[in-house]
Design a protein around this ligand. Structure first.
Ligand SMILES: [Zn+2]
Length: 392
């Protein structure tokens, strides 16, 4: 009988702990600074107003995951989708977000200033902000920067994987250093950073090379954001951030929002993937190629690639290690969430879509983080950076 009561007592404690973590998660303001659902689903005609069985995100699932604010990434590849060019691509993608909001006025709202962000949260709507991914979208023209600002752009990553004529990317600085005409920000690049500061567009340093990173930090008068970047010391891949960069962001008062991509958070996964993309992949593809046409080969290869990597998916704990690392290095004011949902091919095991954000809160709590720290990490730090950048 005694053991029954002990069991019951422990059961009540575990249960009330789970409830208090849940309460903390849903009461906290949760902000995700990077999601690619516009380019991966919405532009292709998928209606994310309804629950989908594919992809990582939709309105129902965001609600379930307790998300309050989403920066929608406006992204296009290094070759434009439209023959008119990158700027047209960006505008078309912003159109698609506007249509989504118009169709869901009670569930979503676009914010272009801090007051609107707070108001939307209070109304329990998903607050949408526009983040443009890649300086190539403005086609080297400050007037186009101004124009995207008028449409609502509130951050811009200075580069994507491709460099522009005025800023070099992490990929180019590390993998194509010999062929670069310049490295870092040019004078025009610095002018763009200053114009972004004037307008109230957050300078996003995810994807940029180290030289561009330090040039931008030295130029900006406002706190920066890295909307979807993880820690190099845990997973040394080309666009994760090194300790000195983390210290520089802290000194600037900015924020680094951790990217969930398996290949950026776990070095074993990253190494296995590099092998599959390299010599081993070539050998297997060559042997497969014997009896297949190209489309079938791609299909068979993609499945093989996915199946090979599946056992290497990192744990959620590994993801939280990145948050923990930044907190231990510089404190709890400079880290946030920048999932890259709907932009990545692999996520930590159990973190399959946007309904799973509470698992991160749970893991932080398990590690002994205070509620105050958790609220900062889930959204408070990003709110501070928004407030410091936005005009009102
Ligand atoms: Zn990206």
């Amino acid at each position: 009988m005694k053991s029954f009561f002990t069991f019951l007592f422990l059961g009540i404690i575990v249960c009330s702990h789970a409830q208090s973590v849940k309460k903390l998660h849903y009461k906290a303001i949760l902000i995700d600074t990077h999601n690619d659902v516009l380019s991966s689903s919405v532009l292709e005609g998928k209606d994310i107003s309804h629950r989908l069985t594919t992809g990582h995100s939709d309105l129902d699932r965001w609600k379930e995951g307790g998300l309050d604010v989403q920066f929608f990434s406006v992204w296009t590849d290094k070759s434009p989708r439209n023959k008119e060019g990158f700027f047209k691509d960006a505008n078309q993608e912003i159109d698609s977000l506007e249509i989504l909001i118009l169709r869901n006025p009670t569930r979503m709202t676009l914010a272009t200033n801090y007051k609107q962000v707070k108001k939307g949260i209070k109304q329990k709507k998903l607050v949408a902000l526009i983040g443009v991914e890649g300086g190539h979208m403005i086609e080297g023209d400050i007037a186009k920067l101004d124009s995207l600002y008028k449409r609502g752009m509130r951050y811009m990553t200075l580069t994507w994987n491709n460099s522009t004529s005025w800023a070099t990317s992490a990929m180019d600085e590390t993998e194509h250093a010999d062929s670069l005409k310049h490295k870092g920000l040019t004078d025009f690049g610095k002018q763009i950073v200053r114009r972004m500061n004037e307008l109230g567009v957050i300078v996003d340093l995810s994807h940029v090379g180290e030289k561009t990173f330090y040039d931008a930090i030295a130029t900006t008068s406002k706190p920066v954001m890295l909307s979807h970047s993880s820690v190099w010391n845990i997973c040394p891949v080309f666009r994760n951030v090194k300790d000195d960069q983390i210290r520089a962001v802290a000194k600037n008062g900015g924020v680094i929002d951790i990217n969930f991509y398996s290949g950026f958070i776990d070095s074993t996964f990253a190494k296995k993937m590099a092998v599959l993309e390299g010599t081993e992949g070539k050998r297997i593809k060559d042997s497969l190629g014997l009896g297949y046409d190209q489309a079938k080969l791609n299909q068979v290869w993609n499945k093989y690639f996915h199946d090979q990597l599946e056992p290497y998916r990192p744990t959620i704990s590994k993801l939280v290690d990145h948050i923990d690392y930044i907190v231990k290095l510089v404190g709890d004011d400079y880290v946030g969430i920048g999932s890259d949902f709907d932009g990545v091919s692999s996520l930590p095991a159990g973190l399959d879509d946007v309904t799973k954000y509470p698992l991160i809160t749970e893991e932080l709590k398990r590690r002994g983080y205070s509620n105050k720290s958790i609220r900062k990490i889930l959204g408070g730090n990003v709110l501070r950076v928004m407030k410091a950048n936005f005009k009102n």
